[in-house]
Design a protein around this ligand. Structure first.
Ligand code: TXA
Ligand code: MG
Length: 347
């Protein structure tokens, strides 16, 4: 298949090329779509055969459900059997935006989209124009090959999806860089299933009590199932072996310098994920500055691109600094821990 890449200027009101993308979706095809979180791989959420193509293009296990994206509140009632109070409050406060909510699904949503579940995950992204033009809810997982870091630039989507999908909309770099926060509002007490830019602190401010799925906080033993099926896979993984180093900054830097030296002497290539604040303290290896500790948004924004750059450089091992686990840090550490396959060292 020949994948057509179209460039759009998000500042422009309505790029006519988007009609073409909307037609592809209407006709059951796949389109790479920029959102404020990461690039998505979009298809008609109400068409089980279109959803099936998403799983094939990504190489994704079919029990891992997709998020249905809507362009306005009017589209919500048809997709769900109930809108709980918590869902109403969060929609009012954070939609459009980087928040996905899990609702009990209605009959129009096929099991092929929800991975066989009776619930459906729904998000209204901040720039829903392609979805509005398509006139149907758009199922869109992150547009990476399953297991690779999520795409934050059109270039990443091209790397993973060229030849496998009809079209890619290049809308430049995404804003946030981490996938949306997922909250299950289908039960009695709302539960955070995946941390993102809408933080647990923000959710609790709006809703009061919100529980946290233990899958977010650490590796799961084989008998515990995460509520978001996708959280069980080793996502976001770079090809190299990755070690996440926690502790006082001084200790972290000297540990990484020591380990990097030993690896270099053993003939390995070494990548180091550091920050603006620590960049001058490292003595060897390929350094990537992930952002500034003063502005964690920069860390979130660069995280997946840095992992992909290390893949391109084919490093053998990666050492990464770690971050505080509050606010946006919870999402950053969740992704870094998973990238490292929970290989975490305390120094
Ligand atoms: O920011 C995002 O959410 C991006 C953009 C494209 O919108 N999408 C995204 O989709 O990250 P994906 O498929 O890569 O991740 C969706 C996650 C998976 O972990 C999946 O298991 C979970 O959402 N999920 C989807 N439907 C669910 C449901 N009904 N119940 C629980 N978890 C669900
Ligand atoms: Mg994903």
């Amino acid at each position: 298949m020949n994948t057509k890449v179209i460039q759009i200027d998000k500042e422009r009101d309505l790029d006519p090329q988007l009609f073409e993308a909307a037609d592809v979706i209407k006709n059951g095809g796949l389109v790479g779509i920029p959102t404020e979180t990461v690039y998505g791989l979009g298809a008609n959420a109400l068409d089980a055969s279109a959803s099936k193509k998403i799983y094939e293009a990504k190489g994704r296990p079919s029990d891992n459900p997709l998020i249905a994206h809507i362009s306005c509140m009017d589209e919500l009632p048809a997709l769900v059997s109930e809108i709980p109070e918590a869902g109403k409050k969060l929609a009012e406060k954070y939609w459009p935006g980087p928040l996905t909510m899990v609702f009990p699904k209605s009959d129009v949503v096929p099991y092929g989209t929800t991975g066989g579940l009776d619930t459906v995950a729904i998000r209204m992204p901040s720039d829903p124009i392609a979805i509005r033009l398509a006139g149907v809810p758009v199922a869109a997982p992150s547009a990476n090959t399953s297991g690779r870091p999520s795409p934050t630039k059109a270039k990443h989507v091209i790397e993973d999806m060229d030849g496998k999908i009809e079209m890619i909309i290049d809308g430049g770099e995404v804003g946030i860089g981490l996938e949306s926060t997922i909250v299950d509002v289908s039960g009695e007490i709302p539960m955070l299933l995946r941390p993102g830019a809408i933080t647990i602190e923000m959710l609790r401010e709006t809703l009061g009590r919100v529980e946290i799925d233990p899958a977010i906080l650490g590796p799961l033993s084989a008998d515990v199932k995460p509520k978001a099926p996708g959280m069980k896979y080793r996502h976001y993984a770079p090809k190299a072996e990755m070690t996440l180093v926690e502790g006082e900054m001084e200790n972290v830097v000297s540990f990484i310098n020591r380990e990097a030296k030993a690896a270099l002497e053993a003939g390995k290539s070494v990548g180091i994920i550091c920050t603006e604040e620590s960049r001058s303290l490292y003595e060897g290896g390929i350094l990537k500055v992930i952002g500034s500790r003063e502005h964690e948004e920069t860390v979130a924004h660069n995280l997946f691109a840095v992992l992909r750059e290390f893949d391109d450089r084919q490093v053998d091992c990666i050492f990464s600094e770690s971050f505080s686990k509050d606010r946006l840090g919870q999402a950053i550490m969740n992704r870094l821990c998973k990238a490292a396959g929970y290989h975490i060292v305390n120094v």
